[in-house]
Design a protein around this ligand. Structure first.
Ligand code: DGL
Length: 281
């Protein structure tokens, strides 16, 4: 695999852009393809089998487009399907995202950590095992809160609306009332509303609250994997390319790139077959 091959990064929608921004910052010479599966978002309340089918279809799409590595920039898809994706592509470096329970336990002084994520993530075996291990080794108490409806708000571009704020209050205030001084942003969409989250916290807690986002750690891990496999792109003779793909509207993805990251990459709509399983773009 050539260092000049692109890295495929995907999420159920625009949430993975919160990871892509760290990847661009740490690996500025890499060619990137971002796939927003907005036609099938949100994953978090969908049957696990559907999420598995989408992840495999997107993995196949990246491989057809010559990807040298894949980043599953979605906690839900990681919990549900990264093992199956790795089975299908055993030689491909594949990086997933998991809620940052370990750094959260280390950061918490009250030993009480709120975890915000989707229903699929919080119900996943992989996640519950991690929670039990870390609770046992650190004594931390984890309060799990699934945030139904929040991904939809963010997909709509409502980062700061009254409806988004009232959802955030409904999910966050009970965690603070139970003594949480650290909140894990366990869905890659949530860092995109960090400013609104901080406002909700400021309005209901006099104590400082730490927010944990693993985007930067994921980018570091990817950089290490590429270097170890000898496929990192380090030259800048040809500028790094970024292309956006989506299973919904290319215009909507362009707007998200511009509003969330101030970027204007070419974006392409990719068709799925009627069963939604095979991407044809
Ligand atoms: N960004 C995805 C995650 O990290 C959102 C999942 C969804 O679509 O519900 O879990």
């Amino acid at each position: 695999m050539s260092p000049d091959a692109p890295i495929g990064i995907f999420d159920s929608g625009v949430g993975g852009l919160s990871v892509l921004r760290h990847i661009r910052a740490q690996l500025p010479h890499e060619h990137l393809m971002y796939f927003a599966d907005s036609g099938f978002a949100p994953y978090g309340a969908k049957p696990e089998q559907l999420v598995v089918e989408r992840v495999l279809a997107i993995g196949d799409f990246f491989v057809r487009h010559g990807a040298k590595a894949i980043v599953v920039a979605c906690n839900t898809a990681t919990v549900a399907a990264i093992a199956v994706l790795r089975e299908r592509y055993p030689a491909m470096p594949i990086v997933g995202v998991e809620p940052g329970l370990k750094p959260a336990a280390a950061a918490s002084r009250s030993n009480t950590v709120g975890v915000l994520a989707t229903e699929v993530t919080l119900g996943g075996k992989k996640f519950l095992l991690l929670r039990d291990q870390i609770a046992q080794s650190t004594g931390a108490r984890f309060l799990l809160q699934h945030c139904h409806g929040l991904v939809d708000q963010i997909e709509l571009g409502e980062l700061d609306s009254d409806a988004t704020t009232s959802l955030l209050r409904r999910y966050i205030e009970p965690l603070l009332a139970q003594g949480a001084d650290t909140l894990v942003l366990g869905c890659t969409h949530y860092p995109l509303v960090q400013a609104a989250i901080e406002r909700v916290i400021a309005g209901s807690s006099s104590r400082p609250v730490t927010l944990i986002d693993t985007g930067e750690a994921v980018a570091r891990h990817l950089a290490r994997l590429l270097a170890a496999s000898g496929i990192a792109r380090t030259t800048s003779d040809v500028p790094a390319r970024l292309d956006g793909y989506t299973s919904a509207s290319a215009t909507a993805l362009s707007s998200a790139f511009s509003a969330l990251l101030g970027l204007d990459p070419p974006t392409h709509a990719v068709l799925a077959d009627p069963a939604g399983a095979m991407l044809t773009g």
